[in-house]
Design a protein around this ligand. Structure first.
Ligand code: NAP
Length: 288
């Protein structure tokens, strides 16, 4: 029997509609959510991502400020841009599009962002808050994975979850989020021995590896849920995930497609983080 295909595009649409409603309420109370996106250089993929983020934020009723800078911008100059956005009360979320040119230390830039505006959830204070179980702003892609499970009625608590990948952007925060939701979590990486045996134990498999069609059907426990974070462009131009979708579909209970799975959720959760930051700011303003 074929698995249920989890429609990330439809789920992302409902998240975005809810965000737009919350943004309209906030705007009516005097705080219009504002997102600032900083783009340095002329990487074509980054330009496409930034354009999509701008468009989505405008559709949600936010103000959008896009700061475009040439690739030879110095680190000091970029730090000044970030500080200016930190001080701008109309900006609630700041996103510096990565990767940055090699002469700029991305960690220094991320650390300069006000943690309350860090809608990518990469500032060490937010990383610590996630680990501590405190409220903060957390990375969009792993949040999107959790949201897909929640909105598809797939239980997390008590389930064995395997995360393949341990990046700061996806694997590690996702593992912490699953742990916070009472899953029994195993994190795998390039040095994991007999990966297939580990994934076969899991009721929930999250693949964030960056290798096309890496997870095969016989790695998957029959009926398991498989969430595919990967985005890989094949030489023939096709876009595929980290999961061999067609064969896993015949064995899993539920699976996300690529495209149309986790990808659209990332932007939806970026909007959600921005409206969350604006709501907190408005609350702090009302108290102060
Ligand atoms: P990354 O930083 O390159 O991390 C990849 C992880 O996979 C690493 O932890 C690595 O292990 C592990 N890995 C590599 N080869 C492996 C192997 N043979 N067996 C087991 N684990 C292996 O990548 P990332 O930023 O997390 O992204 C992962 C994928 O998700 C990419 O395809 C990326 O394009 C995609 N992505 C999608 C979205 C979205 O919006 N849908 C957002 C972000 C990323 P080590 O730590 O041992 O090296």
């Amino acid at each position: 029997m074929s698995a249920r295909i989890l429609d990330g595009k439809a789920i992302a649409k409902s998240v975005r509609e809810e965000v737009a409603r919350r943004a309209a309420e906030l705007t009516a109370r005097g705080t219009r959510p504002g997102l600032a996106v900083v783009l340095v250089g002329d990487d074509p993929a980054s330009h496409v991502y930034v354009k999509n983020k701008d468009k989505a934020a405008l559709e949600a009723g936010f103000t959008v400020r896009t700061v475009r800078k040439a690739a030879d911008l110095s680190e000091v100059e970029l730090l000044a841009v970030v500080r200016e956005l930190n001080d701008d009360a109309s900006v609630h979320g700041i996103l510096v599009q990565l990767p940055l040119p090699k002469h700029i230390d991305a960690n220094a830039i991320v650390r300069a962002i006000d943690p309350a505006k860090d809608v990518d959830g990469l500032h060490p204070e937010n990383v610590a808050r996630l680990a501590l179980g405190e409220p903060g702003l957390f990375p969009c892609t792993p949040r999107g994975c959790i949201e897909i499970c929640d909105r598809s009625g797939l239980a997390i608590a008590g389930r064995r979850a395997v995360v393949i990948g341990r990046s700061m952007l996806v694997g590690k925060p996702l593992a912490l989020m699953l742990l916070a939701r009472d899953a029994t979590v195993t994190v795998c990486h390039s040095r994991t021995a007999d990966l297939a045996a580990v994934t076969r134990e899991a009721e929930l498999v999250f693949a964030a590896v960056g290798k096309p069609e890496f997870v095969r059907a016989d790695w998957v426990r029959p009926g398991a849920t498989v969430i595919d974070v990967g985005i890989n462009r094949l030489p023939d131009g096709r876009l595929v995930g980290d999961v061999a979708f067609a064969e896993v579909l015949e064995r899993a209970g539920a699976v996300t497609p690529v495209p149309g799975g986790v990808g659209p959720m990332t932007i939806a959760m970026l909007l959600d983080n921005t409206v969350l930051a604006a709501t907190r700011r408005a609350g702090a303003g009302a108290r102060g």
